[in-house]
Design a binder for this molecule. Structure first.
Ligand code: FES
Length: 107
């Protein structure tokens, strides 16, 4: 069961037990993590699940897909090199311990 830690800009960290095959967004929403709004329910059309992947996990998580890449330009938080939409990241055992930052404008 992979663990994912969400770090807000002002609040405490939230480490959640996630399910393999779920998205990072689903792991956040199921556990009430603040700042992951996910208005579109994971359909890659709202950008309210924007997160910054910690550098050490970026190679494992990989880059955004084309649709996600376009949508990230519309995200509320600053776009960075490790920006991803949490609904587009599927959790695997290899991602156990993943740490992501939640942009302050979302929380
Ligand atoms: S939940 Fe809407 S884009 Fe991720």
């Amino acid at each position: 069961m992979p663990k994912v830690t969400f770090v807000g800009s002002t609040g405490p960290e939230h480490t959640v037990d996630a399910t393999v095959g779920d998205s990072v967004m689903a792991a956040a929403v199921k556990n009430g993590v603040p700042g992951i709004i996910a208005e579109c329910g994971g359909n890659c059309s709202c950008a309210t699940c924007h997160v910054w992947i910690r550098e050490e996990f970026a190679p494992l998580v990989g880059p955004p897909n084309d649709m996600e890449d376009d949508l990230l330009d519309l995200a509320v938080g600053e776009r960075r090199g490790t920006s991803r939409l949490a609904c587009q990241i599927r959790l695997t055992e290899a991602l156990d311990g993943l740490v992501v930052d939640v942009p302050p404008d979302q929380s």
